[in-house]
Ligand binder design. Sequence first.
Ligand code: ADP
Ligand code: MG
Length: 357
Amino acid sequence: MNEFEFIERLRSQANSRKHSTRILTGIGDDAAIISESAGRDLLVTTDLLIEDVDFHRRTTPARLLGYKSLAVSLSDIAAMGGRPFWSFLSIGLPRDGWSSNFKDEFYEGFFALADQFGVTLAGGDVSETKSGIVIDSIVLGEVASGAAVKRSGARPGDQIYVTGNLGGAAAGLKLIEIGARLSEPPAVAGGLSSVSRAAESTSNERSDDDAIQTLLLRQLRPQPRVGWGIVLGEQKLASAMIDLSDGLSSDLNHLCKESHAGALIDAAAMPLDEDVKRLCGRRALDPLALALHGGEDFELLFAVAPENVPRLPKKVDGVAISLLGEITHTKGSIRIREKHREWDLQPGGFEHFASET
Ligand code: ADP
Ligand code: MG
């Protein structure tokens, strides 16, 4: 298949499921045409995924890579309190990636997630690389004018919440590093329900292997909290928000810095991943450290003014939230408390180009 046949096929795949009536022209011209809507602000986010930096081909099924490439960008739109609508996905592939069924499986995973949230593939680009896969994922979304939730809106006294539970994705990465692999071809359709079902079953009816498989999927098939993002944005519940891509200690730091504030959180309130707790003793994983510093959980961390707390829903799409602590006056100081002890929470999350220590 040549490049143009490939694009034609993507075009018909995208058109057969066109979710947005506002795409006047999608794939097939020099640019996409999207009709603007009054009273809304446009959100645009981009993410770059580089082979051997952001993922390894050996350990990442192509379907899940397609899924995750979109998931990370949907998570950014959710973190702004917006609704995702359109995706532009560009891919650079080495020759062997082109000739194998890598690209077919990649787009299978991509479309499975896109369909779940009604996101339309509206364009992209394809190129050959000398080595390694490069993916550039762009998602456009919308929010009511002025309603986007920024990192900078938190005020002292605001309550700090997080969706879901933490540490699972980092534990999954550690499991991959020590050789754990998915036992069966992973499902991409209905991913959300299968993950929450697994997470809801009580720990004694689950085997260690179930726990390992769930953690691998937390890393390889993250669930963007699109539903929570829309609720928090549209109902004006959150004063500030960020998605947890680098790790809570780093991302809370970013939020506080932009808000010119500090934070005090409670270690006992951290929603530790049950599977991490289950496996930790035996595999030298500290659940609290993974929850605080582990990246890629793609949960939403947000601040809520006290008067809005009573309006918070308990769950959205079956996902609960936890109250972690409070925004404080002490600019730049992120503190964590455990019983009578209190200390500075140093950002320990992932960083590209971090200096070696
Ligand atoms: P140009 O050289 O003008 O950029 P291309 O042949 O690269 O033209 O693109 C033609 C059309 O195909 C555009 O609408 C572009 O968005 C779309 N397209 C190209 N690659 C992809 C891709 N990987 N996914 C989705 N659409 C694509
Ligand atoms: Mg092009």
